[in-house]
Design a protein around this ligand. Sequence first.
Ligand code: FES
Length: 155
Amino acid sequence: MLATTDGWSPIFYVRFFILTVYPEDVLLTDQLAWQEVNKPAEGEAVCFNLKARVPLSNGQYADLIEQGFLICYQGQFRAWRNRCPHAGAPLDWVPGQFFSENGEQLVCHVHHAHFQPLTGECLSGPCTRGLFPLNFREDGDKIVVPVAADDSGCE
Ligand code: FES
């Protein structure tokens, strides 16, 4: 097994780097449990709460709770974290409102970044990357999304 001169495995340093620099991406891998949410209608969104246990570099864990949202656009579903890649704010400054007025884009209401609904790509505004995707799967009339701390939604 590989070890550095201070006795720590190189894997430790890689993991520390990932947790320190890319906590958003690590969060997405912590999806061991699932919840059902109702399918949104065309052009609408449904919010749900997310909870993730993230290992810290000191060996402890931190529980992060935030929201995700599920959209239906052109008959297709997508699930995104409700966290703007620009400054980390929830996109729906107006609760539950994610779509632009013409219904063609997702909008962060804080500084008006616009995103493509199906790809999450940043189309305009101060964002430098796209939305953070969440896994999901269809299960009959429901859609199964990552586990939530509770189901209070974001109404
Ligand atoms: S926080 Fe979303 S555009 Fe600035």
